[in-house]
Ligand binder design. Structure first.
Ligand code: AHR
Length: 669
């Protein structure tokens, strides 16, 4: 609604959402005692993929970029194994560096850097500025570690360096101008690859610091896996996650976490698939590889860390493994199109999938359960879902391999819910062919994906009402409206009312993608944006959060009447959607009202069975300009506002223009 106001002699027109016309009085009726329809307890989860620097340079708290000297021009044309590193030669220092792969730290980590120092001068070594500057906080502790090997006289490596006894290496935290913010003696290397480590306390905060490793005497040294971690990771985990980012994710209270993707799962070629065994164990023994989104994946955030994060935030793990084929679409990223693992290698591949289940759920005495226990988790991780395939083209090659994996997993682990794949769209050839396979094999769940216009979501809130309850259930594994404006978020809220209504057959749903590092995105929109120092939850995030925090296990059919529309379906067509749920554990009933229109509505919410609720409930409203975006300039443009709610048989309130309103009726305790 537009109002005119006069300031001095100037008349301004103001778009005042809060003064929008109270167009109609809508009556919403909810029977709090109704039997209702079951809602899956895991309905809302998250989709995590290392896209947009979500893992390396993002959630994974490692502060050093290219710590193992494995960057390659195949990942980015200008990259070399020394990308991210700088040679330091201060005040008379004389040294050279080169990349070597003749005596690797581990076959999965083939390259290292060699320093040959003839004079240390005022500083001879190498420096790394992380992913666009290392963020240090005053008084906090940082764990530095590296693998080093001294190059003795006679070593092939040491021919041009002065010989000498191994001297200690020093690690420093410095500002970009070389001011020292902390320093530690790492000790001297030996002739064998040895891990050297120390803790440094930052003297003051800096957002653009560097890690510098210095030699203290002439000689030669090989260095690899140079790492710097804040001790303050999420839940204090070693090799852990960035605390602020992980906390914002945890605040969604996701019921499950899908990982590690996305297209990253099947990779751009057969040798680029995400193979879980390459991502566990000591970090220096993991096999990093090209990330098909155009950078490097260190896999420091690997399967153990994903499972551990799920455990830490109380979410069910939902790993997705390749269905024995690589991505059909990745040709433009040096891919080859869809290819299948040769059939004579499929037994090994299937065993790898079965081993994953043992790694997650087997006793600590089993082969793979023992590796989990060794990593610090003797208790099983409680895996119950397993995705096989991601948006693959449904070809005969795919079908053959999917079926082999599916049958083998179900034969050995009938308790695991295997999730099939039905292509990248909400309809079409792959969608139909994927569903056909699901029908034939009686796959219990399939993974639907769609990124659509907000108008599509608004027009399709009833999509799943018509789904055949006897067919496979649906995991809506990737979905979003195309944008981060509040209007997009509201369309998602309206769609979520449809998911709650149909959560008997859509037991799982995850918005995608989750994270985007500003300046490093390959995909927009995302649910959460971040920089090295800040985190920006979008309006879409708050919608997901409100539905997640105020979920229930029973859907209660709301009656919607009044005004010019006859019933709930008619009201939805006019942009007003309602969902009501009961949470049996607390006894609370939650009513969600989504008004995507430009007019506010007066609401009369009638509650049958209101006597079982406390007189004071909670009202949470998310409203704002439909064009608003929570970005770095206006990070809190649209955030939820919580007030108290007077609860009785008739609750009078308002659904503001462009709003999601959550009414929580608290059971008398
Ligand atoms: O979410 C981003 C990408 O979208 C995923 O990697 C892929 O599965 C989909 O196409």
């Amino acid at each position: 609604m537009v109002s005119l106001i006069r300031v001095g002699s100037v008349v301004l027109s103001v778009c005042a959402l809060t003064t929008a016309a109270l167009a109609e009085t809508v009556t919403v009726s909810v029977d709090a005692r109704a039997a209702g329809r079951p809602i899956s307890p895991d309905l809302l989860g998250i989709f995590f993929e290392d896209i947009n620097y979500a893992a390396d340079g993002g959630l994974y708290a490692e502060l050093v970029q290219n710590r193992s000297f494995e960057y390659s021009p195949l990942e980015q044309p200008t990259w070399t194994p020394l990308t991210g590193w700088e040679l330091i030669a201060r005040g008379g220092a004389k040294l050279k560096w080169e990349v070597d792969n003749s005596e690797p730290l581990h076959p999965n980590n083939p390259q290292c850097v060699i320093l040959k120092v003839n004079a240390v001068g005022e500083g001879a070594g190498i420096a790394n500025a992380g992913f666009g500057g290392i963020v240090l906080r005053e008084g906090e502790q940082y764990d530095v570690s590296l693998f080093a090997k001294h190059l003795f006289k006679g070593d092939r490596w040491s021919q041009t360096a002065n010989e000498g006894d191994p001297a200690p290496l020093v690690a420093r935290l410095e500002t970009a101008n070389g001011e020292v913010l902390g320093e530690a003696n790492l000790g001297a290397p030996t002739r064998e690859w040895t891990r050297l480590a120390a803790t440094i306390t930052a003297k003051r905060s800096d957002d653009a610091a560097r890690l510098v490793v210095l030699m203290t005497a002439p000689g030669g040294v090989a260095l690899d896996e140079i790492s710097l971690f804040p001790q303050k990771t999420f839940r204090g985990r070693k090799n852990g996650l960035r605390a602020d980012l992980a906390q914002v994710i945890a605040d969604l209270k996701p019921k499950f976490v899908r990982f590690p993707g996305g297209c990253l799962v099947h990779g751009h070629a057969l040798n680029n698939m995400y193979r879980w065994k390459d991502t566990i164990g000591p970090i220096e023994q993991r096999r990093g590889q090209k990330n098909l989104w155009g950078y490097h994946q260190s896999v420091g955030l690997g399967y153990f860390e994903y499972f551990q994060f799920c455990e830490d935030i109380g979410a069910a793990p939902l790993p997705v493994v390749p269905a024995g084929v690589c991505c059909q679409n990745a040709a433009h990223r040096h891919g080859v199109g869809q290819r299948g693992i040769p059939l004579d290698q499929m037994d090994d591949y299937i065993q790898e999938v079965l081993d994953l289940i043992e790694y997650a759920n087997g006793p600590a005495t089993s082969t793979w359960g023992a590796k989990r226990a060794e990593a610090g988790q003797p208790e099983p991780f409680g895996l119950k879902y397993l995705g096989v395939g991601n948006e693959d083209r449904i070809t005969p090659e795919f079908k053959e391999r999917f079926e082999m994996i599916y049958r083998a997993v179900k034969a050995k682990h009938p308790e695991i819910v295997v999730i099939g794949t039905v292509g990248p769209f909400h309809e079409g050839e792959d969608f139909d062919a994927g569903w056909k396979i699901a029908d034939e094999l009686r796959v219990e769940m399939v993974d639907e994906h769609y990124y659509v216009a907000p108008e599509w979501l608004l027009a399709n809130t009833r999509r799943y009402d018509a789904y055949d309850r006897k067919r496979s259930k649906v995991y809506l594994g990737e979905w979003a409206s195309r944008g981060n404006k509040f209007h997009n978020a509201l369309a998602e809220a309206a769609y979520l009312t449809g998911l709650e209504r149909n959560a008997d057959i859509v037991p799982l749903a995850s918005y995608a993608p989750l994270l985007g590092k500003l300046g490093n995105t390959q995909w927009n929109p995302n649910l959460i944006y971040f920089t090295n120092t800040a985190v920006y939850p979008t309006a879409n995030y708050y919608v997901q959060q409100l539905f997640s925090l105020h979920s229930g296990d029973t859907w209660l059919e709301p009656g919607v009447s009044g005004g010019e529309a006859a019933n709930a379906i008619e009201w939805e067509k006019r942009g007003f959607a309602v969902s009501a749920v009961r949470d049996s554990r607390s006894g609370d009933v939650i009513v969600k009202l989504v008004n995507t229109g430009a007019d506010a509505h007066t609401l009369n919410v009638r509650i049958a069975g209101a006597g079982s609720f406390a007189k004071e409930g909670v009202k949470i409203v998310l409203t704002g300009d439909p064009a608003a975006v929570n970005d770095a300039k206006t990070p809190r443009a649209v955030v939820p506002q919580t007030t108290t709610l007077a609860v009785g048989e008739e609750i009078a309130c308002e659904a503001p223009a462009h709003s999601l309103t959550v009414l929580r009726l608290t059971a008398k305790r």
